[in-house]
Design a binder for this molecule. Structure first.
Ligand code: NAP
Length: 494
């Protein structure tokens, strides 16, 4: 996307400015078949724009371009790779308002949240610009003194990257940043619901000087048909996926054919534990962040609130009060705090899960229903008395629904929290240091929010255990996912 568009209709202006083709070898072009797919506004159900709908031949062309660009890009000095990322960071930050508007239009989140995501996304480029020049190796004396070891780290090679719709830009920069820093080329496939933010990002990277063919973007309505042949092609060396656990498992099967390196950022089912000694004001603030960021459509969203019996009523009252004041509406409108869910299917799932919980005896304290009219809105909801066998304690809700259950002992709380195949993040609120450490150690999760409802930070290692994934993104380990380790045994003469 170029600089701030002028004109009376800012929405149309940002849509007009974003490229709609496939980005292959540094050029925007239509799908070979000429096919397109519609990108809809989830707040109105209306089509915003059509983008190219790639078929397998287009995917192969994108992979060809990434393969051709790989040797030259790996040879580019680290400082130059880092400076491309740094320039892209500056460009994104200079266009936050336009990029946020574009994101809100295609994804629905309120403008303030889109601005937050755009800045968060840009931070991955700033972080990895700094990491590009810190790729190091090792020189060591063998234990018996007879030889020497030289350990070097090199780019993995061509990467296939697949991203979801819920954070349309940040899930991309979290992969593109370390790949560029490490010297890898790539084909990226954004979600079909939200390709526009990725297109805008690709245009910015080109403007920042990323060589042709390093980043190739393909959008499609047939993800499996497009990506499976690329994953099995043999020329790509790495697959990094963010999305559902179900799709992740399918992709791991494909990846096994070429024994690809894989990074998997998958689903979550985060417990949010409030102990009897918690600072309740802080816990309610944290709950609002952990639950309502992105309308609850986040892998890190608090999915189950487990609250000690002594504070359960007070916590539920305060959370209900806060949820009841939230303003629901189109994310572009002033003062809106809760946008629409992404599509009809997502909203239907929320309706079903709440219905199931109520059928199992839960009480609706506020909300509990979809909003009539165009768009996929659902009311911010608090449920109490949720039994632990309700479906929404096992499945990702991905909506603005806070189910509250009660516990009596720390052991019960930890057992309930860990009773899931997921292990992305767990939140806990307590003022007792010993309890905080004991429970943090016992929780089965890759990340812990201790007295905070937000764990995402480009400088920290993000990722899950169990069926929430493999590998970490961000932090000082984020670049490791894009580097191979090579060891040279040095023979010493004589
Ligand atoms: P999804 O249905 O798994 O889709 C994710 C991406 O995979 C999309 O680009 C999708 O394309 C693509 N895809 C779907 N089927 C595919 C196939 N057979 N082969 C190749 N690609 C395929 O997930 P989603 O609904 O977009 O995103 C929500 C999920 O992502 C949640 O489970 C959430 O927890 C998870 N998530 C995890 C993290 C994390 O860091 N752990 C972060 C964000 C989201 P289409 O758009 O064409 O379907």
């Amino acid at each position: 996307m170029s600089a701030t568009p002028a004109g009376p209709d800012p929405e149309q202006a940002v849509l007009d400015a974003v490229p709609t083709g496939l980005f292959i070898g540094g050029t925007w072009r239509p799908a070979a078949s000429g096919a397109t797919l519609a990108v809809d506004d989830p707040a109105t159900g209306k089509t915003l724009v059509e983008v190219a709908n790639a078929a397998p031949d287009d995917g192969r062309a994108a992979l060809d371009a990434a393969v051709a660009a790989q040797p030259g890009f790996a040879a580019l000095p680290p400082r130059e790779r880092g400076e491309i990322l740094r320039r892209a960071y500056e460009l994104i930050m200079s266009r936050v308002d336009d990029l946020a508007l574009l994101m809100t239009l295609e994804m629905g989140k309120p403008l303030a949240e889109s601005k937050g995501e755009v800045s968060y996304a840009a931070e991955f480029f700033r972080w990895f610009a700094e990491e590009a020049v810190r790729i190091d190796g090792r020189y060591a004396v063998a234990p018996n003194g007879a030889s020497r070891f030289l350990v070097m780290r090199q780019p993995v090679g061509v990467c296939l990257l697949i991203t979801p719709w819920n954070f349309p830009m940040a899930m991309g920069t979290r992969k593109i940043g370390p790949a560029v820093a490490a010297g890898c080329t790539m084909v990226i496939k954004p979600a079909q619901q939200t390709p526009l933010s990725m297109h805008a990002l690709a245009a910015i990277l080109a403007e920042a000087g990323l060589p042709d063919g390093v980043l190739n973007v393909v959008t499609t309505a047939t993800a499996g048909r497009l990506m499976a042949p690329l994953i099995r092609d043999g020329r790509a060396r790495k697959l990094s996926f963010t999305g559902s656990t179900q799709v992740g498992k399918t992709l791991l099967e494909h990846a096994s054919h070429q024994v690809l390196r894989t990074s998997m950022e998958l689903g979550g089912n985060a417990p949010f534990l409030v102990f009897g000694d918690a600072d309740l004001d802080a816990a309610v603030d944290g709950a609002m962040t952990a639950k309502m960021r992105n309308m609850g459509e986040a892998c890190t969203a608090a999915n189950r609130f487990l609250v000690h019996r002594s504070v359960a009523d007070a916590f539920a009252d305060r959370l209900t009060e806060r949820m009841a004041t939230l303003r629901v509406g189109r994310g572009t409108d002033d003062g809106v705090q809760v946008g629409p869910l992404v599509d009809a299917t997502s909203r239907e799932k929320v309706v079903e899960l709440v219905g199931d919980a109520v059928g199992h005896g839960a009480t609706v304290r506020v909300g509990g229903a979809a909003v009539d009219g165009p768009g996929w809105f659902y009311r911010p909801t608090v449920l109490t008395g949720v039994p632990l066998d309700a479906r929404l304690t096992k499945e990702e809700i991905f909506g603005p629904v806070a189910p509250i259950s009660v516990f009596d002992t720390d052991d019960d709380a930890v057992a309930a929290a860990n009773d899931t195949e997921f292990g992305l993040v767990s939140y806990l609120y307590t003022e007792n240091l010993a309890r905080a450490l004991r429970v943090s150690e016992a929780l089965e999760a890759g990340m812990i929010g201790l007295n905070t409802g937000l764990v995402s930070n480009p400088a920290a290692p993000f990722g899950g255990i169990k069926q929430s994934g493999l590998g970490r993104e961000g932090g000082s380990v984020g670049i490791d996912e894009y580097l191979e380790t090579k060891y040279v045994a040095l023979g010493l003469k004589g």
